[in-house]
Design a protein around this ligand. Structure first.
Ligand code: BES
Ligand code: MN
Ligand code: ZN
Length: 506
């Protein structure tokens, strides 16, 4: 299958700005209005609700369709939770609108407006319908709302039948905010497309072809290394040479517009394992292997972050390194007990071939530190099941020695919707990575420390020199097991919102 990363993914919704007035509302098939619970000192009293937004607009909608909005809403006995919704048929002469969607806005926080956005996107997913939402009012809320609406409308499949249709989402939003929302949500869609694509199609060479397309369409530079050119990348080669059909690729894509040489330089390193069987340390039970086409979610995120930068135009240079390899079982696969040499010379004793992510990341981090001299070095990887054990699927694990940077990311996680929780780099645990024959082992083994996500982070830290470094373990957040809210079942595009928000804030 050919490369798929176009400027706008197929079926991506049309996002359009409209004024918050009656005429605009009536030209959309569905009108979405937000509601909130009215605070009542008497907790035993019946819940009361009010609609949100321009009083004039609400009044004229009620008059046009001859309905009492609050009465209608009461009939459904809402809970008040963000994202719940109730639909009623409406009709009026000269109005295109035939449905009203009343959407719960909870506490009207940015998270609540995201939940409402996802509900609105889901309403029109795969359909050619139009929906106009008046739920959000401030610029930052409406941007988040718009991004979540497109995320809720996401769908992906390789069915041969009729293709899904393209909805239109109208928002009352400023031109600048709309541009931002479009850039970010298209990047989330692209990342999801990459993660959803199965591994028989998604070889490292295919990922490289997509990255080339991203670079070409946006006039940004790209370097791809393969075969003998990877000789110094001992981790990437050891893992990736397990597959003769899908050999490894190192992909370096750089956003550095003219005149940017004095701008801060961010390097993003993404784990790009296109399929993780575990290698000879085979994944067992086998059903946990099924999800492992998503083991390149980090690489997808960093590529798609770069894809959005020409539109977001931050005054930051950004290089993304995609460490792409398949972790297969074959006669050329590495053996448990092999010793490999990473970029820069550090050696690793490979005791578990399923701890492969850290091997490919080590090359990328060392390359970034030694060759690119970044001001910030960030990696993002579906690295350990242990990260999911500790934090579940709503927060990614974050590791850094830099308190300020970690605090910033925590805050921007909440703001962007890609939430992260800081975990400690526990120095006492490093001794479990000591090897008798190499600089480090790739697993803690029977140390009894547990803390698999922490020890993985400690392993990576050996490769970051003195850089300001942050590691995100997205094993839990990179993939959703359920089709609900913002996320489809499968790739979530986690990290795109967080990293674009952070880069734009530098
Ligand atoms: N890709 C996996 C981690 C993973 C697990 C991601 C579940 C998403 C969902 C990684 O390569 C891996 O196998 N990690 C091992 C490390 C262990 C062998 C030290 C793990 O977490 O079990
Ligand atoms: Mn693995
Ligand atoms: Zn893996």
């Amino acid at each position: 299958m050919a490369a798929t990363l176009m400027s706008l993914p197929a079926h991506f919704p049309a996002l359009k700005a409209i004024p918050a007035d009656l005429k605009s509302a009536l030209s959309s098939e569905i009108i979405a209005l937000g509601f909130v619970e009215v605070e009542n000192a008497d907790a035993s009293a019946e819940k009361e609700f009010k609609l949100v937004g321009s009083t004039l607009l609400l009044k004229s909608i009620a008059e046009t369709f001859g309905i009492d909005l609050i009465d209608e809403l009461k009939f459904f006995t809402p809970s008040g939770k963000a994202g719940e919704s109730f639909e009623l048929p409406i009709s009026a002469p000269d109005a295109k609108s035939d449905r009203l969607l009343l959407v719960g806005l909870g506490d009207q926080s940015i998270a609540a407006l995201r939940a409402a956005g996802a509900t609105i996107g889901r309403k029109v997913k795969g359909k050619s319908q139009s929906i106009a939402t008046f739920c959000a009012t401030t610029d930052s809320h409406v941007t988040a709302h718009a991004i979540s609406a497109t995320m809720g409308a996401y769908l992906w499949n390789l069915k041969s039948g009729p293709k899904p249709l393209k909805p239109t989402i109208y928002l009352s939003i400023s031109t600048l905010a709309l541009k931002r929302a479009l850039a970010v949500s298209a990047a989330v869609w692209r990342a999801r497309d990459l993660v959803h694509t199965p591994a028989n199609i998604k070889t490292p060479a295919w990922v490289a072809a997509n990255a080339k397309l991203v670079a070409k369409e946006r006039n940004i530079s790209i370097k791809i290394l393969a075969g003998k050119e990877l000789a110094q990348f001992g981790g990437l080669s050891a893992v990736g040479n397990s597959s003769r059909k899908s050999p490894p690729r190192f992909i370096e894509i750089t956003y550095a517009p003219k005149g940017s040489s004095n701008w801060p330089h961010v390097v993003l390193v993404g784990k790009g394992i296109t399929f993780d069987t575990g290698g000879y340390s085979l994944k067992r039970p086998y059903d946990i292997m099924m999800a492992m086409k998503t083991d390149m979610a980090g690489a997808a995120a960093v590529l798609c972050v770069v894809s959005a930068l020409p539109e977001l135009a931050p005054r930051v240079r950004v290089t993304a390194l995609l460490m792409c390899a398949e972790n297969a079982v074959s006669g050329t696969a590495q053996r448990p007990s092999d010793v490999i040499t990473h970029f820069g010379g550090t050696t690793t004793e490979v005791l578990d071939t399923d701890a492969e992510g850290r091997l490919v990341l080590a090359d990328g981090l060392a390359y970034a530190d030694l060759k690119l001299k970044p001001d910030y070095l960030i990696d993002i990887a579906t690295l350990t099941g242990a990260a999911t054990l500790s934090l579940g699927k709503q927060y990614a694990a974050m590791y850094s020695r830099d308190d300020k940077l970690a605090a910033t990311f925590y805050e921007l996680g909440d703001k962007s919707g890609d939430r992260v929780w800081r975990m400690p780099l526990v120095d006492e645990y490093t001794d479990c990575l000591e090897s008798e024959i190499a600089d480090q082992k790739n697993i803690g083994g029977k140390s009894g420390y547990g803390a698999g996500s922490v020890t993985a982070a400690l392993f990576l830290e050996k490769f970051v020199g003195n850089r300001k470094w942050v590691h995100f373990d997205i094993a839990g957040t990179g993939r959703s097991e359920v089709d609900a809210g913002e996320n489809p079942k499968g790739g979530t595009g986690f990290g795109v919102r967080l990293l674009t928000t952070w880069i734009s804030s530098l």
